[in-house]
Ligand binder design. Structure first.
Ligand SMILES: [Ca+2]
Ligand SMILES: [Ca+2]
Length: 324
């Protein structure tokens, strides 16, 4: 199952950058909207992750070399509490209701939607991403309209919120009095107490003994045979949680982390509480999504890394938060 991904540097497996879908009429800059008043509506169940050490990086040989999953290196972390699920539409709705916050997808006027998930009139389509034409810029696509103007999240209250940028996730965290996990915390939590395993549940493949995560089946990107039951997002409490109680760290939606991304970072990162490079252009995304497939984006693994610019949003990325 160790196939190399065709994705090269600047891989858009996760999604195109905002600027790749920018068109005339949708180029208004998002405005700085600090500060957000803190509220009390974050009600996601917590998973307790104990202090400890682990080997961070790829130990199964499945790495995507350009992503910087090596070298394997020891990391030491303090105990922390992390959301058992990614932030749901219901929880994000409380944040928006209390603050009036407008996401960057709403400010820019568009977001990136996977082509089979588009539910919008033709005139709302702004273009396809260069190099990954299955991503379409859709005017009116946002967290409440994940496929565009013809879609809604009614009945999806327990699904992960999507079309939220890293900046939007930061705003939510300020309201909730929380923060995003560091990349090291995310990987340690995803491993669920198992050492050196490929997936949160161990080394068994994702379809062994029944589906264990929401990824892609069939021929990417044209035909999804839906063997796991989901074309796009699944409810956050689908499949089985890992040893620390985290649901779907891999698959379903990519999850923003606090860190700047650098493929070289592991070569010099500190052992204790690594927090990412001091600067960068893109923020880390972890865990893969419902679009991951072994033949294309083999990133539904504990150690797999991706990234996007902090103002980008897409229908397959959300976030979970950590207690301060
Ligand atoms: Ca699926
Ligand atoms: Ca996930």
């Amino acid at each position: 199952m160790s196939q190399s991904s065709p994705c090269g540097p600047g891989c858009t497996c996760g999604a195109p950058e905002r600027t790749q879908l920018m068109t005339i009429g949708t180029s208004a800059r998002a405005v700085e909207r600090l500060p957000v008043v803190r509220g009390g509506g974050h009600s996601i169940e917590q998973a307790a992750v104990p202090a400890g050490r682990f080997l961070m990086g790829d130990s199964s040989g499945d790495r995507n070399p350009q992503d910087g999953e090596l070298p394997l290196h020891e990391v030491k972390l303090d105990a922390f509490r992390i959301d058992a699920t990614s932030v749901t539409n219901a929880s994000f709705a409380r944040f928006v209701a209390e603050t009036g916050y407008r996401t960057e997808a709403e400010e820019f006027g568009f977001s990136a939607v996977f082509h089979l998930a588009v539910s919008a009139p033709q005139e709302d389509l702004t273009g396809r991403a260069p190099g990954s034409p299955w991503w379409i810029g859709v005017r009116g696509a946002d967290w409440q309209h994940p496929g565009g103007a013809g879609s809604s999240i009614v009945g999806m209250e327990d699904h992960p919120v999507v079309h939220v940028s890293w900046n939007d996730a930061q705003a939510y965290c300020r309201w909730a009095g929380r923060r995003l996990p560091t990349e090291a915390e995310w990987e340690y939590a995803a491993r669920g107490g198992l050492e050196g395993k490929k997936f949160p549940w161990g080394d068994e493949e994702v379809d062994e003994g029944g589906w264990r995560a929401n990824i892609w089946q069939g021929s990417f990107p044209t035909h999804n045979s839906l063997e796991d039951g989901y074309l796009t997002t699944a409810p956050t409490r689908s499949f089985e949680p890992n040893g620390y109680g985290l649901w779907q760290p891999v698959g379903n939606v990519w999850e923003w982390c606090e860190d700047w991304f650098s493929p070289d970072y592991y070569r010099h990162s500190p052992i204790t509480r690594p927090a990412g490079p001091e600067r960068g252009q893109a923020r880390v995304l972890r865990g893969g999504s419902y679009l991951c497939h072994i033949s294309y984006c083999n990133r539904y693994r504990n150690s797999a890394r991706s990234q996007n610019t902090p103002d980008s949003s897409m229908g397959n990325a959300g976030f979970r938060t950590v207690a301060l």
